[in-house]
Write a protein that binds this ligand. Structure first.
Ligand SMILES: [Fe+2]
Length: 284
């Protein structure tokens, strides 16, 4: 089973009108090359512009891949909050987006994001909450389980002032640790997804320290515990725009880096019939 993993596309038609044609080209090439499934680990759009999400939906539909079997998409902080802009109008828009990324508005926005790609998540039209969601695809010895978490933390002046810190809510972790879920996953090749990076770097000065704090995944040790419980072999993410992989406590984390153009490398994982796998950063 061949899995393509891209991340941090940051679609922004207002500033880069060619971005939709570029992602269209990349998606077509990925499936032409024989990949079975494409995972996108968040920051699909740059400034929480849902019109661009609908444009991506159209691209997926046009390429006949807007389906549960072919695509898995989760949000990143830019999809829900956007980004800080300090110039005149930008700052006003930033404040509006900050308010929209709190409480019920945050939940509504998260829900609306998932609704746009509903066919790739569930056939249940009445669903109240999307995360965590699990899909079992053909592959490995008895199936490949894609376990998707939402790591976008709602905006808050104290805990998340830049909107880019992450947290995997305890309810999501407990949900996948239920005995019936663990039983369903135990013979599967488990791939976990969230947007935020697990690894943090040693800051060299106070400014770096502040930057890393504003970007970090909170309570990541709890996430690691959950990954080990569900037997995750690989954990895919984005957020830092740096393609890299690293192992922590037996879990192989892979960041695909930021894919904005068809010519950029992305993470390709091949899962073999005997349950082994290999990964590489490739161009198509
Ligand atoms: Fe991000």
């Amino acid at each position: 089973m061949k899995l393509a993993h891209i991340s941090d596309i940051h679609l922004d038609t207002a500033h880069r009108p060619s971005c939709i044609a570029e992602i269209d080209d990349l998606i077509r090439r990925i499936f032409d090359k024989g990949f079975d499934h494409l995972v996108m680990t968040g920051d699909i759009v740059d400034v929480a512009n849902f019109d661009d999400l609908y444009r991506l939906r159209d691209v997926l539909a046009k390429n006949n891949v807007l389906s549960w079997e072919k695509i898995t998409i989760i949000p990143g902080n830019h999809d829900i909050f956007g980004k800080y802009e300090f110039s005149g109008d930008g700052l006003r828009e930033t404040l509006v987006r900050a308010v929209q990324a709190t409480g019920m508005s945050y939940l509504k926005k998260l829900h609306n994001f998932c609704d746009i790609f509903r066919e790739t998540i569930t056939s249940d039209a009445q669903i109240l909450t999307y995360f965590p969601f699990i899909k079992i695809l053909d592959g490995a010895t008895s199936g490949v389980a894609i376990v998707s978490f939402n790591s976008v933390l709602e905006w808050s002046a104290r805990r998340n002032p830049a909107g880019s810190r992450g947290y995997i809510h305890a309810t999501e972790r407990y949900a996948v640790e239920q005995p019936e879920i663990l039983a369903a996953l135990h013979d599967k090749f488990v791939v976990a997804l969230c947007h935020h990076a697990f690894r943090i770097y040693e800051p060299s000065n106070a400014l770096d320290q502040a930057f890393l704090w504003s970007m970090e995944l909170m309570e990541r040790e709890a996430y690691l515990k959950t990954l080990k419980k569900i037997g995750a072999k690989i954990a895919l993410h984005g957020h830092y725009h740096k393609a890299e992989d690293y192992r922590i406590d037996g879990v192989h984390f892979i960041n695909s880096g930021s894919v904005r153009h068809a010519g950029i490398k992305f993470n390709a994982v091949t899962i073999h019939a005997d349950g082994s796998y290999d990964n590489d950063f490739v161009k198509v």
